[in-house]
Design a binder for this molecule. Structure first.
Ligand SMILES: NC(=O)C1=CN([C@@H]2O[C@H](COP(=O)(O)OP(=O)(O)OC[C@H]3O[C@@H](n4cnc5c(N)ncnc54)[C@H](OP(=O)(O)O)[C@@H]3O)[C@@H](O)[C@H]2O)C=CC1
Ligand SMILES: O=C(O)CCCC(=O)O
Length: 480
C-alpha cells in the first residue's frame, strides 16, 4: 500500500490531540481481506484509554461549544478540504482494509466529506423560536444547544462515511466526540483523525479509539459524561448498547440492520429496474444495510427481469478492489462468507434455482449470484444477507406484495419500480420503511434523512434533520 501522504498511515489511538499506544502495549493486525496480508498493527485500547478520551472530550467541550458556529464551520471546512485533497490515499486505505473496489471507495470518500461540508453549513442556521407569551410580563424563547460529549461506534462497511455522518453534525453543533471504529477498518478512521488534527480541530474535540469493542462500549455507555451515543451496525449490538445506555439515559441514534424489498411491478421500465437492482444489490459486494435483500418481481415480467439481471451480473468482475476493472471485492471475513453460502444452500435445498453464480472462490471471494423461484419459507427471505446474492420472488398483485414486503422485523430501505403515478403514491405510503427509493436503486446522500423504523433503529442521519440528534432544546422564560 503506497500512500502519497505516508502521514495518513496512523497506527496509534488519537486521544486529547496525542497519538498514543495502548497502556498495556496491546496491538491488533489489520488484514487486507483481498490478499489476507497484514497491512499494519494498530494500538488496541480498552477501558482506561476510553476514560481518558471521555475526560479529554469533557475538557475540550466548553471552549469548542462557546465558539461561534461560523468559527467551528471554518475548521470543519478545512477538514472537508483536506479529505478531498487526500481522497486518493483515503480510498486506497479503505480498499486495502475493507475490500471495496477503488471506484466505490473514491465515491465513499466524497460521500464522507459531504457530511462535514453539509453540517458545517447547517450549524450556522440552528435557529430558535420566540413563543408568544402566556402572560403580559413574560417573554418565552427556545434555543438549541449542542448536547455535549458524544460517543460513536461505527462499522467496517463504510469506514469513512459512517464516521463523518456522526462527527460532522456533532462537531458542527458544538459537541465533542469519542469514536470507536470497527476492528477491521481502523486505518481509515485514524487517517480521518490525522486530517482533523491538520485542519486545526482542537485537542480532545475528536478522539479515536481502536480497541476492545465490549470494554470501550461498556465504558462509553456507563459514563454519565457521555450524553449521546450514535451507533451503526447490527441490530443485536444496537439493542445491547441501548440496554447499557438505560442507566445513564443517553440520547441514542441507532442505524441497524435492514432487509430491503425491491419490487418490480408489471408497469415498470424493466431495463431501468435491472440497472437499479445492480446498483442497490451489488454495491460493496452486497455489504450495506440498504442493499436490496428480497426482489419481488411481478409474475408477468419475472422471466424477462431474471434473464436481464443475470446477463448483467455475469459481466461483474470479481477480484482485488485495487484493480480498476473489478466490480466485486472480497467479503469482509469468513464468517460473512459462510453466512451467505448457508443462505444459498438453504434456498437451493428448498427448491430455489441458482440461475447464475454463487460459487465460493479462493480466499474471501464469491461469484455474485441470482437465485430464482425463491419463497418465504427460505432463510434468505427473513435474514439480512450482506452478500452478493439476489433472490427473486414472484408476486401477483399489489396488496399481496405490500404485505410480503412489510413482513419483516426490519424497516430501513425499500425500493420499487412503477410508472403508474397513483400506484407510486399508494405503495410509497404503504411501505413500512424509513426510506423508499422509487424508480431508483440509490438513495443515499448528505441532504436526505437516512434511517429506519422497527428493528432498523432510531433517529435520522444526514439532512437538516440529522443535526437534531446532537442538540437539546432549551426553553427560556423571561419575566420583564
Ligand atoms: N447497519 C449496518 O450498516 C451494518 C449492519 N451490519 C450487520 O451486522 C452483521 C455483523 O457485522 P458486524 O461487523 O459484526 O457488526 P457489529 O454490530 O458487531 O459491529 C459494528 C460495530 O459495533 C462494535 N461492537 C460490536 N460489539 C459491541 C459491543 N458489545 N459493544 C460495543 N461495540 C460493539 C464493533 O466493534 P468491533 O469491530 O471491534 O467488533 C463495530 O465497531 C452484518 O453481517 C450485517 O448483517 C454490520 C455492519 C453495518
Ligand atoms: O450500510 C450501512 O452501514 C449504511 C450506509 C449505507 C449508505 O449510506 O448508503
Amino acid at each position: 500500500m503506497q500512500l502519497a501522504n505516508p502521514e495518513l498511515l496512523q497506527t496509534q489511538a488519537y486521544i486529547d490531540g496525542q497519538w498514543c499506544d495502548a497502556a498495556n502495549g496491546e496491538q491488533i493486525d489489520v488484514i487486507n481481506p483481498a490478499t489476507e496480508q497484514r497491512l499494519a498493527s494498530v494500538a488496541f485500547v480498552g477501558a482506561s484509554e476510553t476514560q481518558q478520551a471521555i475526560a479529554a472530550a469533557e475538557r475540550a467541550l466548553p471552549a469548542w461549544r462557546n465558539q461561534t458556529a461560523k468559527a467551528r464551520a471554518q475548521l470543519l471546512r478545512r477538514w472537508y478540504e483536506l479529505i478531498i485533497e487526500n481522497s486518493a490515499d483515503l480510498a486506497l486505505l479503505m480498499t486495502s482494509e475493507g475490500g471495496k473496489p477503488l471506484a466505490e471507495a473514491q465515491g465513499e470518500v466524497a460521500y464522507a466529506a459531504s457530511f462535514i461540508e453539509w453540517f458545517a453549513e447547517e450549524a450556522k442556521r440552528l435557529y430558535g423560536d420566540v413563543i408568544p407569551g402566556h402572560q403580559a410580563d413574560k417573554r418565552l424563547l427556545v434555543i438549541r444547544q449542542g448536547i455535549g460529549v458524544c460517543a460513536a461506534i461505527t462499522p467496517w462497511n463504510f469506514p469513512a462515511a459512517m464516521i463523518t455522518r456522526k462527527a460532522g453534525p456533532a462537531l458542527a453543533a458544538g459537541c465533542t466526540m469519542v469514536l470507536k471504529p470497527a476492528e477491521q477498518t481502523p486505518l481509515t478512521a485514524l487517517a480521518l483523525a490525522k486530517l482533523a488534527e491538520q485542519a486545526g480541530i482542537p485537542a480532545g474535540v475528536f478522539n479515536v479509539l481502536p480497541g476492545h469493542a465490549i470494554e470501550i462500549g461498556r465504558t462509553l455507555t456507563d459514563s454519565p459524561v457521555v450524553r449521546k451515543l450514535s451507533f451503526t451496525g447490527s441490530t443485536a449490538v444496537g439493542i445491547k448498547l441501548m440496554q447499557q445506555s438505560a442507566a445513564t439515559l443517553k440520547k441514542l441514534s441507532l442505524e441497524l440492520g435492514g432487509n430491503a424489498p425491491f419490487i418490480v411491478f408489471e408497469d415498470a421500465d424493466i431495463d431501468a429496474a435491472v440497472a437499479g437492482a445492480l446498483q442497490s444489490k451489488y454495491r460493496n459486494a452486497g455489504q450495506t444495510c440498504v442493499c436490496s435483500n428480497r426482489f419481488y418481481i411481478h409474475d408477468s415480467v419475472y422471466d424477462e427481469f431474471a434473464a436481464k439481471l443475470a446477463s448483467k451480473v455475469a459481466e461483474l468482475k470479481v477480484g482485488n478492489g485495487t484493480d480498476a476493472s473489478v466490480n466485486i471485492g472480497p467479503l469482509i471475513d469468513y464468517k460473512a462468507l459462510d453466512k451467505v453460502q448457508m443462505q444459498l444452500q438453504d434456498a437451493v435445498s428448498k427448491g430455489a434455482k441458482l440461475l447464475l453464480g454463487g460459487e465460493r472462490l479462493a480466499g474471501r471471494f464469491m461469484q455474485p449470484a441470482v437465485l430464482t423461484e425463491v419463497t418465504a419459507a427460505m432463510m434468505i427471505a427473513k435474514e439480512e444477507t450482506f452478500g452478493p446474492v439476489a433472490p427473486l420472488f414472484r408476486f401477483q398483485d399489489e396488496q399481496q406484495v405490500i404485505e410480503l414486503a412489510n413482513d419483516t422485523e426490519f424497516g430501513l430501505a425499500s425500493y420499487f419500480y412503477s410508472r403508474d403515478l397513483s400506484r407510486v403514491w399508494r405503495v410509497a405510503e404503504a411501505l413500512d420503511y424509513g426510506m423508499v427509493g422509487i424508480n431508483t436503486g440509490l438513495i443515499s446522500n448528505e441532504v436526505a434523512p437516512f434511517g429506519g423504523v422497527k428493528a432498523s433503529g432510531l433517529g435520522r442521519e444526514g439532512s437538516k434533520y440529522g443535526i437534531e440528534d446532537y442538540l437539546e432544546m432549551k426553553y427560556l422564560c423571561i419575566s420583564i
